[in-house]
Design a protein around this ligand. Structure first.
Ligand SMILES: [Zn+2]
Length: 314
């Protein structure tokens, strides 16, 4: 009996010693969902960057080609990139051969360190933007998500992507060079599975981040190109993937409203503060972060709308 008690006490003590929540390493607990054969999506939350989510607000993905795995985006930190690489290695027996980065925003490229440098690819214009903005993005991310970023450094790919058809293994991919979200945005259509990776040109139940958009009309034109593709699945940059075009239509609806509302506000002479406070129609109630993003949109894009109104008057 006494021996049993001692054994029990020792077991409790050992389990206390081996488990110390205060020192636990933060864990993204990534999960891959296979939406079509050989096509996996790793879905992030629709929240803002925070110390709770470690910046995991983004969708990443990977595709088996029969001759290696193509990864799409690497996530917000070195830690995320490493977790993603382990998840891919656990999920498929093929080796990673290509990592395509859809654009230069930190939540899409700050996991680059976890992957072989020679496998990292992006558009030339995205590479230039990452060179320009990378340090500022990193400062911001360290401030917003803290310890999750430990050890994260900016890795700028050297391999450049050309838009167009790309046959890789058993897959035919179409790479589209677009620009509505940042000035340089890559969308990837997997013709073989019918899955469209729309990057941040499409958000789903999440308000759009527009600060680096060259103009909402450019973004709307990009959506037309995406809509013309015969896709069955759409994987947005943020928010739930889905079959059909619900996410694309929601994004277009919001962009059209935004463009019209900003034009009206400017022609009525509203100040920036007034424009940021305007009513958001109830049909957008499902868009997470809508007030926060509208304020950011107004800060960055409203001056151009004011200028356009002035030019009309002159
Ligand atoms: Zn983005």
């Amino acid at each position: 009996m006494i021996r049993k008690l001692i054994a029990c006490f020792t077991a409790v003590l050992l389990s206390c010693l081996s488990f110390s929540p205060a020192q636990a390493e933060p864990d993204y607990a990534l999960e891959a969902v296979e939406i079509e054969q050989g096509v996996w999506v790793v879905e992030g939350s629709t929240a803002n960057f925070s110390r709770e989510n470690g910046g995991n607000i983004v969708n990443t993905a990977f595709i088996e080609t029969g001759e290696g795995v193509v990864v799409i985006d690497t996530g917000p930190s070195r830690r995320y990139g490493e977790a993603l690489r382990r998840l891919i290695e656990k999920t498929t027996r093929e080796a990673i051969t290509h990592v395509l980065l859809t654009h230069h925003h930190p939540d899409h490229v700050f996991g680059n360190q976890a992957f072989d440098f020679d496998f990292l690819y992006m558009l030339e214009a995205s590479q230039e933007l990452l060179r320009r903005d990378g340090e500022a993005f990193a400062d911001n991310m360290y401030r917003l998500v803290g310890d999750w970023m430990r050890g994260t450094e900016i890795v700028i790919p050297e391999k450049l992507l050309q838009p167009g058809e790309w046959k890789v293994g058993e897959r035919r991919l179409e790479l589209l060079e677009l620009s509505g979200h940042t000035g340089a945005d890559l969308a990837i259509f997997d013709e073989t599975s019918g899955v469209l990776f729309a990057a941040d040109l499409v958000f789903h139940d999440r308000a759009l981040t527009t600060p680096q958009s060259p103009g909402l009309e450019v973004w709307l034109a990009d959506l037309e190109r995406l809509e013309a593709l015969p896709y069955r699945w759409l994987v947005p940059g943020h928010g739930a993937p889905g079959m059909g075009d619900a996410a694309l239509q929601q994004t277009r609806d919001y962009l059209l409203w935004l463009d019209g509302a900003l034009t009206r506000a400017a022609s009525q002479g509203l100040s920036m503060t007034e424009a940021a406070a305007m009513e958001i129609p109830p049909r957008f109630d499902t868009l997470e972060g809508r007030r926060y993003e509208l304020t950011r949109t107004v800060t960055h894009l409203y001056p151009a709308y004011e200028k356009a109104v002035l030019a009309l008057l002159e």
